[in-house]
Design a protein around this ligand. Structure first.
Ligand SMILES: Cc1cc2nc3c(=O)[nH]c(=O)nc-3n(C[C@H](O)[C@H](O)[C@H](O)COP(=O)(O)O)c2cc1C
Length: 175
C-alpha cells in the first residue's frame, strides 16, 4: 500500500471530478489516497507521500501559475518519487491530439518545466455552456465553431474517456 497525493488545478470542477475517479481506482487497489485542490487554502506536504499525481485544466491556452509554482517549490520531492501529471483540455477531444506527444498543451507543459513525471496523460474535458458568463460562452463557441465542435449554448458536452482515466489510475497505482 502506498500513500498517494492527488492534486488538482481546476476552474469549473471537471479536473476535480477526474481526480475523484482516480481516487476510487487507487483506493480500490488498496492505496491510501488524499485528493486536494492545488490552489486551495491547505498546502500539502509532498514529503509525506510515496507518489504524487498532479492534474490541471487548460483555460485560454494555459495551465494556471499555481501548478508551476507548486512544481518549483517541491521539485526535490517530486524528483525523488514516482509522479504523474495529466492535462485536461478540449482540444484532446480530437483523436489526433489526445496523447501526451500529440497534445499541444501537454507538449507546451514539457517545454515550460524540466520536471519529468513518471506518467503523463491527456484527457478531453467538458463544456458546460449554460454555466459560463457571456464573454466565455461567446469565446468558446467561437473556438468550437472554428474547430468544428458543438456550439449549442443551452447544452453541456462531456468528452472525457472515463475508461482511459481508469487505465491511467491503474498504471499509477501499479508503479
Ligand atoms: C473560458 C474557457 C477557456 C478555455 N480555453 C481552452 C483552451 O484554450 N484550449 C482547450 O483545449 N480547452 C479550453 N477550455 C476547455 C477546458 O479545458 C475544459 O472545459 C475543461 O474540462 C475544464 O476543466 P476544469 O473544469 O477542471 O477547469 C476552456 C474552457 C473555458 C470555460
Amino acid at each position: 500500500m502506498a500513500r498517494i497525493l492527488v492534486l488538482f488545478s481546476t476552474v469549473d470542477g471537471h479536473t476535480a471530478a477526474i481526480c475523484e475517479r482516480l481516487r476510487r481506482v487507487l483506493a480500490g487497489q488498496g492505496h491510501d489516497v488524499l485528493v486536494l485542490a492545488l490552489d486551495g487554502a491547505a498546502e500539502p506536504a509532498p514529503e509525506a507521500f510515496d507518489r504524487i499525481v498532479i492534474g490541471a485544466s487548460i483555460r485560454y491556452g494555459r495551465h494556471r501559475k499555481a501548478v508551476f509554482d507548486f512544481i518549483e517549490r517541491h521539485r526535490r520531492q517530486l524528483e525523488g518519487r514516482p509522479t504523474a501529471f495529466f492535462s485536461v483540455n478540449i482540444v484532446a477531444r480530437k483523436p489526433e491530439k489526445c496523447e501526451p506527444h500529440t497534445n499541444p498543451y501537454l507538449r507546451k507543459f514539457l517545454r515550460q518545466t524540466t520536471w519529468r513525471p513518471t506518467h503523463l496523460a491527456v484527457f478531453a474535458g467538458r463544456l458546460d455552456y449554460p454555466r459560463y458568463g457571456v464573454f466565455d460562452r461567446f469565446m468558446i463557441r467561437l473556438i468550437m465553431c472554428i474547430t468544428h465542435g458543438p456550439t449549442d449554448p443551452g447544452r453541456s458536452y462531456e468528452f472525457t474517456d472515463w475508461a482511459k482515466v481508469e487505465a491511467f489510475g491503474e498504471a499509477v497505482g501499479k508503479v
